[in-house]
Write a protein of this length. Sequence first.
Length: 453
Amino acid sequence: MKTVIAGAGPTGLLLAGDLAAAGADVTVLERRAGESNLTRAFAVHARTLEQFDARGLADEVIATGTKVTRLRLFGHVSVDLGALPSRFDYVLITPQYNVERVLEERALKAGARIVRGTAVTGLRQDEDGVHIETDQGSYAADYLVGADGARSGVRQALGLDFPGRSAVRSLMLADVRMSDPPADAITVNAVGSAFAFIAPFGDGWYRVFAWDRGHQVADDTPLDLAEVRATVRAAFGTDFGMGECRWLSRFHSDERQVARYRTGRVFLAGDAAHVHSPAGGQGMNTGLQDAANLSWKLAAAGAGWAPEGLLDTYHTERHAVGKLVLRSSDGLIRLALLQSRAARLGRDVLANLALHLPPAQRALTGTVSGIGIDYPHAPRQADIALGDKRLYELLREGRHVLLSPQPPRGYSDRLVHVPYADCVLVRPDGYTAWNGTHGDLAVAVRTHLGDSR
């Protein structure tokens, strides 16, 4: 199976690594000619770390960052992640380029090719494949995945609208060093018209988001560090000794989602399919979950055993999650940017009261971390010990894991069997495809894994 992936960000690289490891011929087209280590994302949530664990990558990614067990949302409101039902009961603060480096090394080692300085400009498809036009030539593939960001060339070539709105305008972004940095790993506050957020990269640099309600200008308006300093001082009473600066930028945060994640042999994932506010740090994580959902389904199609309709479940499962993340991030950013002191005080009081209720805390931490997000017919499967290995270690083979008293015949190419008293079939992305009785096992396996060989 030949697959072309547009975009060498985290979403495209995870997908490339999975497909190449499954034996697919994978080419990644990246519009950037060179690599950039200046990126906006820096939070890796628990469910994403579980996906990395299922690929043997979690420890390497964790070593690059800082673990934060409390996530500050706004004002004095924070949530404790220590109760998450996961081995990764925290959010990892690490810049996106560390995640990309680990995923790129894996993809290249598995045999994927990355072609830089190449952007998709057009496509046509039929029942046999996809013909892809780029500014550097053409490619033919069985499937094409657009993971090429908010300005996706693949989405534009499909002629799909990207409906939505701008959630926050004129955000200032800076990477700086500080002589007197804040003590907390994540520091956030809003006072009057000023809002600021600070997080460490772990290498002496700090990422600063700043926003001034009274100074909303176009993205291309020149920005200097003095303006960032002034906004941070207004929010915190200090600029923490901001000194050397390696990056300054203005941007606006959109909330948009494409109506269809699949059009024939072409799929959209990550920011090409959905964008939303940075509140909660869910952007990169949602894209990585898209890739984890899609990769094994494409691999099954390439191997010839995918049950009818399997590829369609990518849209039905992930579009609903994208919509949920848009709603939750929109709510968080609106609460964070409340204007009046009275409104912010009321928000903090009510939020703290609500977060003392276990169901409310579980709902919030589960949504933001991804741990509480299930699919309609496939709930998340928690990691469990199975003899001398854990379930997520067994998922590293990229196949389904079947727990049952006896294995079915003819499916060794598609599943790993573990003797177990109960019957549970776990998908390669760590969600439960089926659980039931041994008498129903043959039908269940054939339904989810196709005919035996």
